[in-house]
Design a protein around this ligand. Structure first.
Ligand SMILES: *Cc1c(COP(=O)(O)O)cnc(C)c1O
Length: 388
């Protein structure tokens, strides 16, 4: 038996220990965490919909209509009218024939890979992909081959060397810890040439990029022939919870037969689908939220450049500052916290060794003054950086 106490102590020593803060009240740019009112720059609620009155009201109405729980898996008796309507709306939104709701994005990624692939097949994954894509490949028992971040030539070389069989290329649309966008057009072209599945997990692009928030794949002008497997999550810009896979009729029917993380789990509460339908409406109608984000990103980047902050190259609401050392990132996060600013330190193994960072995220509901307050705090910290 391992000595867990010792292992935990070691983790602390290495500045890799993780802890949760307790939040009171709703999610928002102003948040009460561990009893402290903070200005938050770390949630994925990019459009500010998590506590939007219309979304909350739709949730309430859904509860009145459907009650609290779904009672069963989708294939048994848990698939409500609300789930079905949401699936149809997500299919229309993404311009795909069908969409299938999953309980979480993590489960969607596991389900797709395990349904389509098996022993002797291969998953080609970007090195920086989300952990759920990595775990999906593992669960599928296909061989996982990781290619250099956003490097299509490296992927092509690895694919050329692969023996025949099913190949699936998987990438984040917007990389969750870096904020950059995958070279989707080139990846799609290569996959068509190689007759490989192309799967894009657009957790951070949906609602934020593309026409009316249709995501990074839409922004790249790619249809269902180019990206046959499109995964979106609903807990980020959509402000609620859950995920979906959009694609062809045959893909969705195959998932219904074979995706174990969909089949063997209780359907999410129907009321949640009602809330998400309201969020989807707002994503489409509130173009000003995306315009605000663009303005805030520009303001933050201009200010950060003036301060000579170690910004990563990113045009999305994910604006990480590269710190390097995990302990230093923790101390910087703590220093910001003392000023009432919440920015989490992201450390290995979430990001590669030596690339710990402050993952700053912006939301449409931040004001210019909020961003300036963050920049002031970062500026002060940088000038005192030796103390870290
Ligand atoms: C958050 C995230 C997921 C997981 O989605 P959940 O619905 O939170 O389980 C999957 N992929 C990426 C890229 C993510 O950022």
């Amino acid at each position: 038996m391992k000595n867990l106490v010792e292992q935990l102590a070691l983790r602390k020593q290495q500045d890799l220990y993780r802890q949760r803060g307790i939040v009171d009240g709703p999610q928002g740019v102003e948040i009460c965490i561990d009893g402290q009112d903070c200005l938050s720059f770390c949630s994925n609620d990019y459009l500010g919909l998590a506590n939007h009155p219309q979304v909350v009201a739709a949730f309430h109405q859904g509860l009145d209509k459907y009650g609290a729980g779904s009672g069963a898996a989708h294939l048994v008796s848990g698939h409500s009218r609300a789930h079905h309507q949401l699936e149809e709306e997500l299919a229309a939104f993404t311009g795909r024939p069908r969409a299938l709701l999953f309980s979480t994005g993590y489960m969607a990624n596991l389900g797709v890979m395990a349904a389509l692939l098996g022993h002797g097949d291969r998953v080609f994954g970007d090195r920086t992909n989300h952990a759920s894509l990595l775990d999906g490949a593992r669960l599928s028992t296909a061989r996982l081959i990781r290619y250099r971040h956003a490097d299509v030539a490296d992927l092509a070389a690895r694919m050329a060397a692969a023996p025949p069989g099913e190949n699936l290329v998987a990438t984040d649309g917007v990389f969750s810890m870096d904020g950059d966008i995958a070279p989707l057009q080139d990846l799609a072209r290569l996959c068509v040439q190689q007759r490989a599945w192309f799967m894009v997990d657009d957790a951070h692009g949906f609602g934020v990029l593309g026409r009316d928030g249709r995501g990074s794949v839409d922004a790249a002008g790619l249809g269902v022939e180019d990206v046959p497997i499109l995964v979106g999550t609903l807990g980020k810009a959509f402000g609620t919870f859950g995920a979906f896979v959009a694609g062809s009729e045959a893909l969705v029917e195959t998932l219904i037969q074979q995706a174990r993380s969909w089949i063997y789990t209780t359907a999410s509460p129907p009321a949640l689908a009602c809330a998400t339908r309201a969020a989807l409406q707002l994503v489409g109608s509130d173009g000003w939220r995306r315009e605000r984000l663009v303005a805030l990103i520009r303001r933050f980047r201009a200010g950060a450049r003036q301060l000579d902050l170690p910004l990563l190259e990113s045009d999305t609401p994910i604006q990480p500052l590269l710190v390097g050392d995990a302990g230093k990132a923790l101390r910087m996060s703590a220093a910001l916290r003392e000023q009432g600013i919440l920015v989490t330190a992201i450390r290995p193994p979430t990001v590669p060794e030596g690339t710990a960072r402050l993952r700053i995220t912006l939301s449409a509901t931040h004001t210019d003054e909020h961003v300036d307050r963050l920049l002031d705090a970062l500026g002060e910290m940088i000038s005192a950086v030796k103390q870290f």
